[in-house]
Design a protein. Structure first.
Lengths: 109, 150
């Protein structure tokens, strides 16, 4: 995770400096981003609902929902689970409904 | 205005089967009085609750799919709050979501048919054709075994 973070952040800081100085430097910053190789390969995360074409995220499907609430029973954020914005929103309502019906815990002890 | 709702209620584990059926007839009575109809009834039976509700660790889940007006659901909601046997209930409107899902499905199939025809294939997928099931390692490894963790 650190390896992945360090790549874009260093290049973005350079482009940020460019934006402050001249207007034309923004393009250079982008070029630098492309030219830089990632030190470590990481599989691109794909939204599970898009990939498996699950259309309705139902509050009754506690097995599916439980895979998005790791140990502490908190909803896993998008940056970790890779869910797209639309599905994360639907997932959230589904999880909240399931919690109301005691199908899913609010916390784990 | 007729809409489709889902009603789930959890009956206390102390209740006998007779009491559960009586509750069901009561709900049915309200639905009929306010000119709605019960489309489906599903008794999930006894389940363990994810957390304690009023010192109960188990409960009997009952699901109704009801066609009716908003006033009807309001009335049911009000009545279910009063019953001591019902430890939790939830009313969700589902018709709109179902319509969206339906639309997305038809768009998807039409799109795939269109593309298949453009490629000179028959519009529907033949048996034994297409991608194999995705491997498990496609998902994030860190969340592999979460389901059995409490």
């Amino acid at each position: 995770m650190n390896g992945r973070r360090s790549g874009p952040s260093s290049s973005s800081s350079s482009s940020g400096g460019g934006r402050g100085g001249r207007a034309g430097a923004g393009g250079q910053g982008d070029k630098g981003k492309d030219g830089q190789r990632r030190p470590m390969f990481r599989r691109r995360k794909v939204c599970r609902f898009c990939a498996e074409k699950i259309d309705d995220i139902n509050y009754k499907d506690s097995k599916l929902l439980m895979s998005f609430v790791p140990e502490r029973a908190k909803i896993s954020p998008r940056r970790i689970s890779g869910t797209c914005a639309l599905h994360q929103r639907k997932l959230r309502t589904a999880i909240m409904r399931a919690r109301q019906l005691a199908l899913i815990p609010y916390t784990s002890e | 205005m007729n809409r489709k709702y889902e009603l789930v209620y959890i009956v206390s584990p102390d209740a006998t089967d007779d009491q559960v059926t009586e509750l069901h007839t009561q709900v049915e009575g309200i639905v009929q009085r306010l000119s709605g109809q019960i489309e489906k009834t599903d008794n999930w039976g006894r389940r363990k609750l994810a957390y304690e509700i009023g010192h109960h660790k188990e409960g009997t889940y009952v699901l109704h799919v009801i066609n009716g007006s908003g006033e009807l659901m309001k009335e049911i909601d009000r009545r279910l709050k009063v019953f001591d046997l019902v430890i939790r209930h939830l009313v969700v409107r589902v018709d709109e979501d179902e319509r969206i899902v339906e639309r997305r499905k038809t768009i998807r199939t039409e799109e795939s048919r269109r593309r298949r025809v453009a490629r000179g294939l028959p519009p529907d997928r033949q048996p034994g054709e297409g991608q194999k099931e995705l491997d498990d390692d496609d998902q994030d490894d860190r969340f592999g075994g979460v389901e059995d963790v409490r």
